[in-house]
Structure formats: structure tokens, C-alpha cells
Write a protein that binds this ligand. Structure first.
Ligand SMILES: Nc1ncnc2c1ncn2[C@@H]1O[C@H](COP(=O)(O)OP(=O)(O)O)[C@@H](O)[C@H]1O
Ligand SMILES: [Mg+2]
Length: 368
């Protein structure tokens, strides 16, 4: 069947057959791991819109770190994440650590002596427990990489984590941290003085991928699965993606699917694929994003689209016929949910690639 052999993977969080254009990022991060404590790359925060490839990048970096002997723990930012990090570190490192029993023993019969010993629970904290684990790993020459996906500035657990992690770093422990999130969620984190450590972390924007890299990844994916594509057609396919990671998989998936029994993928396949990919973007990204919005919020992004790719609050308020103050409230809500990116100095943009064009084509007819 077609489905079984299609090598493109248009699914969020699913690693692609060939990763396009992340070599430099991965190289820098891995170099940081090898350089030892103090290397700036060891605290990196990746920022990008939905579908730009953040989750997949975290997975790839974790995989490479693990192959270098690192213990890696990957979590999604949520209230229970501190426990998760502790439990997973203990589990992943158990073969290297001399761990005390986890059960709550109140008395132990020492065999042969008939004496009983009370094991009194010692008061401890998350940070102190983590320190013990990290020290245990470090003593074996092993580092700990923690990755946190979908970071949110409003998460108290994340703040608590960062404050503790900051101490691990200043105390010279062999640790590394990779975080990822939407620009809007990360930018408010950067303003928070409690976690000023994040400001000093390396920030990497997952912008659009170089089309030459897209071509290479698409070509490798097609050829490694036994089909071919001419350079001109390949070029067309890569352009259709605008270098947006999710679109690479969508365009690839649909161009493969047109006539899977034919050896060569041609221009007609790519043209149909482009249409279907945009349709899928509409279904999987644009419409759900708009549905999460109130009518007023949807009107706001509609007005943004009419104004152009980068616009100002003032212009949008004017177009909507509302006060700048009310427009500001709408913007704040949209920034929080990751639909609008705040570019600073009053400028803003729709954060999801292609969504502006989609809204513009609808001619502001946002009647849902
Ligand atoms: N570098 C890349 N090259 C090709 N495809 C990619 C790349 N990064 C991600 N993808 C694909 O894009 C889609 C979205 O990736 P994902 O990591 O889930 O995005 P995000 O976490 O930013 O929302 C997935 O289908 C994935 O296979
Ligand atoms: Mg993700």
C-alpha cells in the first residue's frame, strides 16, 4: 500500500526520514557538551512557531547526546515536570548510581542479630535530591542533559526548575539544558527577573530552513525510498515549502502520493501536492488556531493580515475601529496563545507561516 511506503512524515513530534538544515545547530550544541561545564551552548533555548521543528530537534539532540554517553531526560513543561525530571533521572541513571531504596521503610530486621533499626525519613528538597543524582552521575564521568519542550513563562514549575538549575551551573556540575517554545511564551520568560539566567542562555530562532537544505533532504528522502525527482521539479517542491519544516513533510507526502507506482515524481505531482499541503495546513494549523479564538481575536488577526506581514497595534486598531487600549488587550491574549508574535517597538506579526496569506485570501470574511 501507498501509506506504508511513503517516507514523508507530516505528523507533529515525528522525526523525519531526513532532517533538513539543522546541522549547524546540532554541531554547536554537541560541541558544547564535549567542551565541558561553562560552555555557553550548554544552556540553549530554541524559539519557533508551531511546526517549525522544535520537538524533532530536541529529539535529535537528545539522541546524539545519549550516543556520547550522556544521560538525557526530556519533559514537556507542565506543573508535574519537577517530579518527572527527578524520577526519570533516577531511572535513566540507575545503572550508574548507587541508589538508596525508594520504599518507605520504617523498620528493618537486621538478619541474624534480631535488632531493629528505624530508617527515619530525612527532610530533603527537590534541588538537594537532584544534586545527589547529578553528583552520582558526574562522579562516573557522565553528564546530564535535560530538555524541556513547550516552555511557558507562566509555569511556576519551570521557574523553580531554572532557579535550581542555575545553581547546578554555578557550582560547576556537568549538566546541559535545552528548552524550546513559541516566541511569545519565551519572550515573557526573558523579561522575568527571577529567572534572569534564561537571558544569558543562547537563544536560537528556528526560522525558515534554507531551500538548498530543503532540496537536499527531500531528494535524499525520495531516493532512499527508491524513486527519483528531476532537479527542476525538486526545486519547485522545495520552494512550495517556504522552508517551513511541517510543509516539507506535507509537500513531500502529497507529491509521493499522487502516483506512487511511477518511478519519477514530476511537476504535476508537485503542483497538486502544494495545493493539498496548503489545504492540510488550513485543516491542521490555521482553522484550529482560529477556532481557539474569540470572534474579536479572529477579527484582529484578520485585520493584521490585511495590513501586511509586519504591522503595528495602531494600524490594526484603526482598521478595526477600536481603541488602542482594547486592541492591546486582544494582542496580549493572542501573544499568550502563540498566534501573534510581538516583535518589539510596537511591531507584531502573525506567528504561523502562511496564515496571513490564508486570512488575506479569505478577504477578512471571518464569520465563524
Ligand atoms: N529539520 C526538519 N526537516 C524536515 N522535516 C522536519 C524538520 N523538523 C521537523 N520536521 C517535520 O515537521 C513537522 C513538525 O515538527 P515538530 O518538531 O513537531 O514541530 P514543532 O515542535 O515546532 O511544532 C513534523 O512532521 C516533522 O517530521
Ligand atoms: Mg512541538
Amino acid at each position: 500500500m501507498i501509506m506504508d511506503t511513503n517516507p514523508f512524515k507530516p505528523t507533529f513530534g515525528q522525526a523525519p526520514t531526513f532532517l533538513a538544515g539543522r546541522d549547524k545547530f546540532i554541531e554547536d550544541f554537541v560541541e558544547g557538551l564535549e567542551n565541558g561545564p561553562g560552555d555557553p551552548n550548554r544552556a540553549t533555548i530554541v524559539v519557533g512557531p508551531r511546526g517549525s521543528g522544535k520537538t524533532v530537534l530536541i529529539q535529535e539532540v537528545s539522541r546524539q547526546a545519549a550516543s556520547l554517553g550522556w544521560i538525557t531526560v526530556s519533559v514537556t513543561c507542565a506543573e508535574g515536570m519537577l517530579d518527572e525530571i527527578l524520577v526519570l533521572t533516577r531511572k535513566r541513571g540507575s545503572h550508574l548510581l548507587d541508589l538508596p531504596p525508594q520504599s518507605r521503610v520504617t523498620s528493618v530486621q537486621a538478619a541474624g542479630f534480631g535488632a531493629s533499626r528505624e530508617v527515619v525519613p530525612v527532610r530533603t528538597t527537590w534541588r538537594s535530591d537532584m544534586e545527589d543524582l547529578v553528583d552520582g552521575l558526574n562522579e562516573q564521568g557522565v553528564g546530564l542533559l535535560i530538555t524541556i519542550d513547550e516552555v511557558s513563562a507562566t509555569s511556576e514549575a519551570l521557574k523553580a526548575f531554572i532557579i535550581a538549575y542555575q545553581h547546578f551551573v554555578t557550582e560547576g556540575r556537568n549538566v546541559a539544558l535545552l528548552m524550546a517554545g513559541l516566541a511569545s511564551k519565551v519572550s515573557s520568560l526573558l523579561l522575568d527577573d527571577e529567572v534572569s539566567f534564561v537571558r544569558r542562555a543562547i537563544q536560537r530562532e528556528l526560522g525558515s530552513i534554507d531551500l538548498a537544505d530543503v532540496e537536499l533532504a527531500m531528494l535524499s528522502t525520495v531516493e532512499s525510498s527508491g524513486r527519483s525527482i528531476a532537479p527542476k521539479v525538486l526545486h519547485e517542491a522545495a520552494s512550495a515549502t517556504s522552508g517551513y519544516a511541517y510543509m516539507i513533510q506535507l509537500v513531500g507526502y502529497y507529491m509521493w502520493r499522487q502516483r506512487p507506482q511511477k518511478k519519477e515524481i514530476d511537476l504535476a505531482d508537485v503542483e497538486l501536492a502544494h495545493e493539498q499541503a496548503l489545504h492540510e495546513m488550513k485543516r491542521a494549523v490555521y482553522v484550529p488556531t482560529l477556532r481557539e479564538m474569540t470572534r474579536r481575536e479572529a477579527e484582529f488577526v484578520g485585520a493584521m493580515a490585511q495590513e501586511g506581514p509586519v504591522t503595528t497595534l495602531h494600524a490594526v486598531a484603526g482598521r478595526m475601529g477600536i481603541s488602542t487600549n482594547n486592541a492591546g488587550k486582544l494582542r496580549r491574549r493572542l501573544v499568550e496563545r502563540g498566534a501573534v508574535g510581538d516583535l518589539g517597538h510596537g511591531r507584531m506579526a502573525i506567528e504561523i507561516p502562511g496564515m496571513g496569506d490564508y486570512l488575506k485570501a479569505m478577504d477578512a470574511d471571518l464569520s465563524y
